[in-house]
Design a protein around this ligand. Structure first.
Ligand SMILES: [Zn+2]
Length: 204
């Protein structure tokens, strides 16, 4: 008997054919919690991307999940969406995680997007890194904001035409993804799509 990682209620495990074959994925969360996540299945067109796909909406259940996963750093939760991620990320494209935002590094000690991919068994490569801000020390705050390049290609990374899939946890305005795609395109990528686990409405 296992327990739901979110609400702790016990998960009944009934033997199935695939389970007998040992290919059944152990359930991390219960049926009730599974149902509380709401699929968005948004596929956007965008000038920079072949398409942008977002799997879930940002509802109350997802807000709580992210809190427990990212901020309380419950790494066991990385596997909750493995099947859904595998379904969207199947194919031959190179999966490229968007690096964590610099100011978020302080309160997070693990890379949550990397963990989601690892747990799902999805190979990925880090082509991007956060840009350092050291060289901009003499600029005014306004100048830094205006020119702020969020990402750079990693020194040892080889960027080809693609296809690439940029992956991030949450899409709010799309600014982060567009920064990342622009850097990849400048380095020679021609075919880029994006996948995010969640689509949030920008707050007004
Ligand atoms: Zn549950």
């Amino acid at each position: 008997m296992s327990h739901c990682l979110l609400c702790e209620q016990s998960i009944a495990t009934s033997p199935t054919f695939s389970g007998l074959l040992g290919i059944d994925h152990k359930k991390d969360i219960c049926e009730d919690c599974s149902k509380s996540f709401q699929r968005a299945d948004i596929i956007d067109e965008d000038p920079l991307f072949e398409r942008i796909t977002s799997i879930y909406t940002y509802n109350e259940a997802m807000r709580e999940y992210l809190h427990q996963y990212k901020f309380l750093q419950d790494v066991a939760l990385a596997g909750v969406f493995s099947n859904e991620l595998r379904a969207v990320l199947k194919g031959k494209a190179t999966v490229v995680p968007v690096p964590m935002h610099p100011e978020k590094k302080i309160d997070r000690t693990f890379s949550h997007v990397d963990e989601l991919l690892k747990r799902a068994g999805i190979p990925f490569v880090h082509l991007l890194e956060k840009n350092g801000t050291e060289a901009m020390g003499e600029k005014s705050k306004e100048e830094r904001l205006a020119m702020r390049p969020l990402f750079a290609i990693k020194p040892d990374a080889a960027v080809g035409p693609g296809p690439y899939i940029l992956i991030d946890d949450i899409f709010t305005t799309g600014t982060t993804l567009r920064h990342a795609a622009t850097v990849l395109k400048e380095a020679g990528a021609t075919q880029i799509e994006a996948v995010t686990l969640i689509r949030a409405e920008p707050s007004h």
